[in-house]
Ligand binder design. Sequence first.
Ligand code: PLP
Length: 382
Amino acid sequence: MERIPFHRPLITGREVEFLEEVFARGQFGGDGHFTGLAESLLRELTGANSVLLTSSCTAALAMSALLLELGPGDDVIMPAWTFPSTASAFMATGARPVFVDIAPDTLCLSLPEVIRAITPRTKAIVVVHYGGGMADIAELIDIAKERKLHVIEDAAQSLLTTQDSRHAGTFGDLGAISFHSTKNIHCGEGGALLVNNPALQERAEWMRNKGTNRRDFLKGKVHQYEWRTVFAPSMPSELSAAFLCAQLETVQEVTETRRAIWVRYDAEIGQHLKKAGINTLSANKTTQHNGHMYPLLMQDSVARKNFCAQLASRGIEVTGHYLPLHRSPAGKGLSSKKLPITDHVADGIVRLPLWPGLSSQAVDRIIDAVRDTTAIQRIKTR
Ligand SMILES: *Cc1c(COP(=O)(O)O)cnc(C)c1O
């Protein structure tokens, strides 16, 4: 029985060709041909006005904290149901994360909880578009505007996810995307910052260029470049950018393939799971997700352990994830507030394998295994 891994990093087949072109061109440092190409492809794909390629999504988030000058005395509202970088990036400049619970339908920030958490110290809201879905972003932007708060979108997992045809990452002042090898498309380690607030544009370029206006120099606008601001460690090399370009060429196709697997899971096991008392994500009706993940919410950690063990015995690797930030060693002291939905999701979530190379026979095997396993489970919980 062949093992089905949870994830396999995408390889499109043209990466080496693009890397050879970097050798031929001879520019290896950042902000060259492929950096520009990746940025313009990303602008076209997302409709963003300004895109800066970065060395990771973490770097893009760290740039956001510096660009918005968030520091000691400033509170930043965010979910605890996320990857640590969401919080670390803002703590690094001295700001304080304020964890808020998530909504059970999207697993993204709960808007009533956001409103309740706002105080005079609040300066910004970081919204995480979880799992390739999207938060109720238009409403969140209204809440923030009314109170003059900045919005940063952690769209690490949500490239090409849209709500009312507008792309994740293009609503807030800034949006951060990840090209880590665990995401839909990747370059090993990489990311992008979408700069939607034009007032931040120039400093964002300087910061990405190690605090200098080297980009103006490369464009021939100035005859020597100067130190203009503090830097954020964020410039990717042309090697990363070239690899990413080979992936960006195929991103629409890759997203469609992922969505098709997601749709199969939902059609063939969604109802079945609900009858067994296991929820799946019901995305906001106006959201078109990017097929990043198909999560199941088991009743508790015991049910999850049983479920994962049974799938593992059939050669299928499924995983939970995120020790939520308020329960992590570095985040424990930050918040005394209860986050019941975050806790429940963290204990019960399971993610099924979902990647474009998954054959339809493999998907059949996963669907069969989930059906058999949940049937057993239902008998047990009665
Ligand atoms: C993957 C991820 C990150 C970090 O991305 P890197 O590119 O690895 O820095 C941040 N936030 C979320 C929600 C993620 O899923």
